[in-house]
Design a protein around this ligand. Sequence first.
Ligand code: EPU
Length: 310
Amino acid sequence: MQALRRILREMPDVELLWGEPMINLTSFRIGGPVACVARPLGEYALRELLAAVRNEGIPHVVLGGGSNVLAPDGPWNALVIQVSRTAGKMLKLCADGAQIRLVHVGAGVKLSTLLRFCVCEELEGLEALVGIPGTVGGAVVMNAGSREGCIADALVWVDLLDESGGKRRVFRDELPAGYRNMGLPEKAVVLGACMELRRTKKGSLKGRMARIMKRRMESQPIGFPSAGCIFKNPPGMSAGALIDRAGLKGLRFGDAEVSMRHANWIINRGKARAADVVALMEHVEGVVFSRFGIQLEREVRILGEGNAFH
Ligand code: EPU
């Protein structure tokens, strides 16, 4: 990490944390120390940093809210670039029609902040995201959503930095968005997004959000550290129902447990390690495959030496 220290010395607009435990950066509350966490304080700093680390071949990962990832246990020799301070304050109306509003949101804005804004401004179109943790950037990359809809439904365009560090605006109809995947170009970093929302009445909007949240609270282990659903639903099926039918609810490896409330969630009962979670996922995949002949696909992103960008 000598090269990293040299690069970072020349970058005043980047906040640094050396050796930060990843438990502090992930909703799973799992993960050992990472060599460095860098928080660029603006778009220019982010571009400079990305260009420098790509140039030097330093392994790095760009992280939003850390809510859909599993970080490695061991000391992790990589750079985590967090964009929450880069584009975290942008939240403004950029167009004003009679019934339609365009809202431009920075990638680092929390989804919960965006949803509160929607309630205050009486704008509908993002209710499906209520209760989903994380940031707008992460939600756009993953096309976060629920049965009620996904973020692509409201998306107009995404501003991103492409692999060569160029800034690009990509419109929704150029993106092959699908289930839990927006289809953004590889290695692209989201800077912000524009949403098209409709004017509505605060009372009915709050009511709809409360109903979605209530269903979520009743059916999901909200409150425990987790990464949300671990597996994608196979086409036309529910991963949770398959894992449940395989009798795996409550199965525990170390402090990682298949939730009793919803079988597609693995919760951290305290001191779960990434190795416990991976072993539990592999076990679940094996049992579901042997019982039903279905190969589950992981929704959670596993971070580690193998999949950091260079
Ligand atoms: N089910 C079981 N046992 C379980 C869990 C579920 O039998 O342990 C059954 C339910 O009874 C229901 C069916 O499976 O008949 C579907 O379950 P649920 O309604 O809970 O929805 P899901 O398909 O498991 C999806 C998303 C969630 C989202 C909910 C609500 C995926 C992988 N999951 O869950 O998203 O919150 O719908 O809209 O697409 C996430 O992506 O992280 C996530 C939590």
